[in-house]
Design a protein around this ligand. Structure first.
Ligand code: SAM
Length: 343
């Protein structure tokens, strides 16, 4: 019950500049902090009760002075990553989730319609509505930066292969494929809605990969173009329900060359959903249904394995990040599943 109040109380201490003020001048009292951040000392004192309770901030009862306690131990880069996520939680999630029930009833993201008058997914809204882009964009960027280097280390692309980045958006995946998997004869195609072509080609040109990269427009639910050795399905299978994921896998199977490989990057639930150290169930159902697409959701690795096998693939590897590379604040747990088209 107290999740939202705890969240906003803490985040407000950052937004007001209370934490920053204590970093600069340890020992400030509520009166000093009030003057520093432009708020009534009584209100500052109220907010700080929770931070003292949690041991984030310490209060010297004798002087009334506050100092950073455990918050002072958090490295700046870690703190910035967490604050980016919290900013998205506030501006994106808290508001849209007011309509979660309606989103589930209707299968559409009602929050986007109520808040911005937009009908469609968060990805479509982000392309058109500045406020939506501002709410989610920084998170997308920090996630991309932390995921892509690991993702491209997690599978092999044979020399001279033809690669299709399915629903590849603005072409970043194709560009990174060229940069990290380069070999003589490598060709990479971004497949997306035809409307994405111009932006994609501009990005290929700007990154100097226009020779190796191309764009193909179409609807992945209808069919995928043939003649490819590797297909990348990253950051989107969790946006679909079972029948649609099966359609995507079958379309990929039909279009791949014999022996071709499908590479799926997706967040997954733990095999035991009760795993207390895993946060996927705390975050994703509400996020995907209430904020992003109004349908779909994560699955377990075993479920994806079964669906891939049903679609004619044999799973060859499942890779997760090395635990040593996962920061303590990480909520999202992704895997890379590689599977081969038999025969
Ligand atoms: C979540 S983004 C995909 C992210 C991208 N794969 C990545 O790794 O960052 C969704 C993209 O899928 C495209 N898309 C959605 N439905 C599609 C469909 N049925 N066929 C082709 N592209 C589609 C959208 O245009 C958008 O660029």
């Amino acid at each position: 019950m107290v999740g939202p109040t705890r969240f906003m109380n803490l985040y407000a201490c950052f937004e007001l500049g209370i934490v920053e003020a204590l970093r600069k001048e340890p020992g400030l009292t509520a009166a000093g902090l009030g003057a520093a951040v432009g708020a009534k000392p009584d209100a500052v004192e109220q907010l700080l009760h929770l931070l003292v309770k949690e041991g984030f901030v310490a209060l010297d009862e004798a002087t009334g002075g506050y100092t950073l306690d455990t918050l002072g131990d958090v490295a700046e880069s870690d703190l910035q990553r967490v604050l980016t996520f919290m900013g998205m939680m506030k501006t994106g999630m808290l508001r849209q989730l007011y309509y979660l029930t309606d989103s589930v009833s209707t299968g559409a993201v009602v929050g986007l319609k109520e808040l911005y008058g937009f009908e469609g997914t968060m990805f479509q809204a982000a392309a058109e509505v500045e406020e939506v882009r501002d709410a989610w964009g920084p998170l997308a960027q920090s996630e991309t930066a932390s995921v892509y280097p690991w993702f491209f280390r997690s599978f092999d692309v044979p020399a001279g292969a033809r690669v299709l980045d399915v629903q590849g958006g603005n072409g970043l995946g194709a560009i990174m494929t060229c940069q990290t998997k380069g070999s003589p004869g490598l060709r990479v195609t971004t497949f997306d809605r035809p409307a994405m072509e111009a932006e994609c080609l501009r990005n290929f040109e700007a990154q100097g990969v226009a020779e190796q990269c191309s764009f193909a427009g179409g609807d992945a639910m209808e069919s995928l173009p043939g003649g490819y050795d590797v297909m990348l399905l990253k950051h989107f299978v969790d946006m679909y329900d079972k029948d649609e994921v099966l359609t995507l896998f079958r379309n990929a199977h039909r279009a791949l060359e014999p022996g071709g490989q499908i590479v799926v990057l997706a967040p997954v639930y733990p095999e035991d959903i009760r795993d207390a150290d895993d946060y996927q169930a705390d975050f994703f159902p509400a996020y995907i249904l209430g904020c992003v697409v109004g349908r779909g959701g994560l699955q377990k690795v075993s479920t994806y394995r079964g669906w891939l096998e049903q679609s004619g693939f044999e799973v060859t590897s499942v890779r997760a990040k090395d635990p040593a590379d996962i920061p303590p604040d990480a909520i999202i747990n992704r895997v890379v599943i590689c599977a081969t088209k038999a025969g």
